[in-house]
Design a protein around this ligand. Sequence first.
Ligand code: SF4
Length: 692
Amino acid sequence: MEKVKTTCVYCGTGCQLWLKTRDGKVVDTKPVMPPEFSPGKGKLCIKGWHVHEFINHPDRLTDPLIKNENGKWEKVSWDDALNYITNHFKQVMSENPDNRRIIGCFSSAKCTNEENYVMQKFARAVLKTNNVDHCARLCHSSTVVGLGASFGSGAMTNSIDEIPDAEIIFIIGSNTNEQHPLIGTRVLEALKKGAKLIVADPRTIPLSELAEDNGGIALQHRPGTDVALLNGIMNVIINEKLYDEEFVLQNCENLDAFKEEIIKMTPEEASRITGVPKGKIIEAARMIGKAETTYLIYSMGITQHTSGVDNVKSTANLQMLCGNVGKWATGVNPLRGQNNVQGACDMGALPNVFTGYQSVTDPVVRKKFASEWGIEEKEMDEQIGQTVVEMIDAAYQEQLKMLYVMGENPLMSDPDSNHVREALQKTFLIVQDIFMTPTAELARVVLPAASFAEKDGTFTSTERRVQMVRKAIEPVGYSKADWEILSLLAQKMGYTGLNYKNVGEILAEINRTTPIYGGITWERLEQNEEGLQWPCPDTSHPGTIFLHKEGRFSRGKGYFHPVSYREPAELPDNDYPFILSTGRTLWHFHTGTMSRRSKTLHERVPEGYVEISQEDAGKLQIEDNETIKVATRRGEINIKARVSHKVNRGLIFIPFHFEEAAANILTIAAVDPVAKIPEFKVCAARIEKIIK
Ligand code: SF4
């Protein structure tokens, strides 16, 4: 048996692992043990231990496929598939001279940095459009916007290793132990060292119970009331003069306008809106205000709202107010859900920025990229492109003629799946993936991609750490690495600027064009077991453990945004009396395409479920494990009931991994006005018993 060291492909923690191979197949996984570096410190979670199980699954796509006139798939050669796509691109582009909004590309948080770089370059240099986005839009676009506006950088300010040294850990909207288990273990380590935990979550998550058992506080606020809760906490901190006046006066701006807003949200008012007892709000405020260090963690419970950007800005306001930015064991720390969602954003797989968040509307930046890519500056799209949700709407309106999807599954990941299905059926859809996903089923062409175990590259973890992905086996069947497929397609389209010999060449181009990645070279990564954290501007730079050191914010001064509470887009009423919230489980990952093909994970949780409170189940005479109907204004699904103490009366929760009980048939496509992130965490729903 041979073994190759690589990076876990599931969540954004970035655990290092060995893939063990025999006879050209990956047969086992083991953690990289200390003293070698790994964010998981020699451990893996259940998903990591079994990451090899989907790689050689018989469902893997092995050949390019074209759908014939009868709707049946036909295996074709790479040449035929790429010629077919090229002819369609050329035809659509010639029929629509201003083609900047008629073609779109979805990049992928599961693919490597190099592949995301290549995808956005393909969109911009070959298809001449900024219509490129990926599913960060659906999870952390509010982080990129909100923290960017507050601090000047939309990433985790601090590192995982700092967690055990924090005095207070404040977790809001993150089920850390289930979604980022190896970060969860660092929280447990902190508790053992004497840290106190404050957990704010509408559900009773494992950490809520742990917080209360260890002298901390659990705040169970109503879904969508995060701004009211945070403003209420800050109201107490300001009134009791517990904030860090010196830090604020020296390093931040717009304090007076911010205070005017905060004064309105008294603890009484915050309690009325959130449902959290006033005393608990005051207690949490005093704990944070009096502590030397508070490490704030959040995730999609904060971001996936129509007020997502406001929620993020509120977390930034709190930490600036208390001087908890720019020093060890503090900061605002958004945990990224997918392995490379941070990297896909860094690589400019977004409609408004090139790599390293360089604006597409800045002529100096456009000139730099045009020169590097060997194209005329005037050929480049000067306008911000469309987001994932906007491209789906454009397809529905029959304005988006072609959509190229690399490694994403929008039919399951996007809100209001029935609308998404209709949209995808109206456009010429190309899907490049490792399995025949529900989205791929709707495509005209499907291209087989290599999995993470079959290619080299880099992922950037949630703590801005760039780490290597190494090839353990040859690509399955005739599949190819995503960057190679795009490179071949670009050549067919007549563009030679994507002819790379290897991923090292792509990373070298990223180093040249992207200041925050300037010193993160292939050669350094090969020698650095622990990877490198951006910003890392040159090869003499050691990388950056925490951002905004000593209050020197990336944007100059930290900005206090006055944020007022707004209700979610759709609240319960007589017809739809429940709040539906969606999310993930410990046992599965994203739309389930990989984790549901893992034998072990599938055996643990083979099907979807809806959590319902004991009180509501009793009232509706619903038994545990009974199949019930859940309906919203978008659609309905049949799903097993799980009667649970995790949700309060009036709240139901559905994980979105399961195709046959797809939560996103139910969710609402209302979006945050700035980040355009959908409100996956709140919509109105109805429950019905199924009468046989
Ligand atoms: Fe993989 Fe995340 Fe589990 Fe680590 S915590 S093993 S990165 S899924």
